[in-house]
Each structure stands twice: as structure tokens, then as C-alpha cells.
Design a protein around this ligand. Structure first.
Ligand code: IMP
Ligand code: MG
Length: 178
């Protein structure tokens, strides 16, 4: 039903699962001395979080934050905390889970906030990285795939709240972005 709006599939469901397995193994190894609290940013990161945690062989806990101020296809200025964590991060190692790092504004503000709240360490795992659009000097520690400067949808990522439920990552037909 949504398929008819897709111009091309960039990353298939099989590729995402295979990459999540690799990242899960890396994270398991890196945190073998102490499990992180995974902080997933609503709402785009939910499908990726769900896949990734299946492949992390640790006693993982996760919580959610909603901070985005993203409208349409342009990322704007400062972020607002719409939903804060229920868990205290004081003294904890945090692994932030994001769908895509674009300008980096969201993550740089989130990382700062988590350190201000007393986190011991903050690392980032993101399904996608769009480095060509970066305005903040921030780099994810674990990256699923790098993508070109194109607006993508699916696997949690939306265009005006639509297309999140697609099981793959794709680009919409040009006329839909008008
Ligand atoms: P940043 O603060 O500019 O890095 O924006 C990050 C957020 O913008 C992501 O968490 C996404 O929600 C959204 N975003 C950025 N690029 C895309 C895209 O290509 N498709 C869908 N959402 C995007
Ligand atoms: Mg987001």
C-alpha cells in the first residue's frame, strides 16, 4: 500500500538485520564489563532498537526520550525535551539509539543533557549517518549505514509522520516531497 510511493529501496530489511547483528556483537564486546542504559530517541529509533537488542548479549535496560523539533524535511534550531527519561542516568554508561544523524543538532544537545544529568559516559549508535549535512561536530560510535544527502523514509523514519512502518529504508517519489 505504501510501496507505490517509493522511488527506490536503499537498504533492505535483510541488510538491516545483518548489520544489527554485527553492531550487536560489537556492543556486547565493548560493554562486557558493564551493561549500558540504552536511551532511544522517539519515535524513529524504535524499530532499530527492537532489532538491535536481540543481538546484544547483555542484561540491557532501555528508556525513551522525545526531543525532536523536526518539521517536514528541514531540521530546525534548538531542540525541546518533549518527554524526558524515567530512569536517572547518574553514574550510568549511556548508549543513545538514534535512527539517523543528520545535522547532528539533536544528538549534540542530547549528549550534553545526559552529561549534565551526571551520566558516566555517553556513546551513540545510529542506524543511518548522513555526514554531508552535519553542522555540529558529532560522530556516532556505531553506525549502521552511511547515506547520501537524500531524504529517506521507513524502518521508523517518517515524512510528516508517514512511512515509519515500512520494513526497509527507501526514498519517496519526487512529487511526494512537494
Ligand atoms: P539532526 O538533529 O539534524 O541530526 O536530525 C536528526 C533527526 O532528524 C533524526 O532523528 C530524524 O528524526 C530526522 N531526520 C533527519 N534526516 C532524515 C531523513 O532523511 N528522513 C527522516 N528523518 C530524518
Ligand atoms: Mg529522530
Amino acid at each position: 500500500m505504501l510501496e507505490k510511493d517509493i522511488k527506490k529501496v536503499l537498504i533492505s530489511e535483510e541488510q538491516i538485520i545483518a548489520r544489527a547483528k554485527e553492531l550487536g556483537a560489537e556492543i556486547t564486546e565493548d560493554y562486557k564489563d558493564g551493561s549500558p542504559l540504552m536511551v532511544a530517541l522517539l519515535r524513529g529509533s524504535v524499530p532499530f532498537l527492537a532489532e538491535l537488542i536481540k543481538h546484544i548479549d547483555l542484561d540491557i535496560q532501555y528508556d525513551f526520550m522525545d526531543v525532536t523539533s523536526y518539521e517536514g524535511t528541514e531540521s530546525i534550531g534548538d531542540i525541546k525535551i518533549l518527554k524526558d527519561l524515567d530512569t536517572s542516568v547518574r553514574g550510568l554508561d549511556i548508549l543513545v539509539v538514534e535512527d539517523i544523524v543528520d545535522t547532528g543538532r539533536t544528538l549534540s544537545a542530547v549528549v550534553k543533557t545526559l552529561y549534565n544529568k551526571g551520566a558516566n559516559s555517553v556513546k551513540i549508535v545510529t542506524l543511518l549517518d548522513k555526514p554531508s549535512r552535519r553542522v555540529k561536530d558529532i560522530k556516532a560510535d556505531y553506525i549502521g549505514f552511511e547515506v547520501e544527502n537524500e531524504f529517506v523514509v521507513g524502518y521508523g523514519m517518517d515524512f510528516n509522520q508517514k512511512y515509519r512502518c515500512l520494513p526497509y529504508i527507501g526514498v519517496l517519489k519526487d512529487e511526494l516531497y512537494q
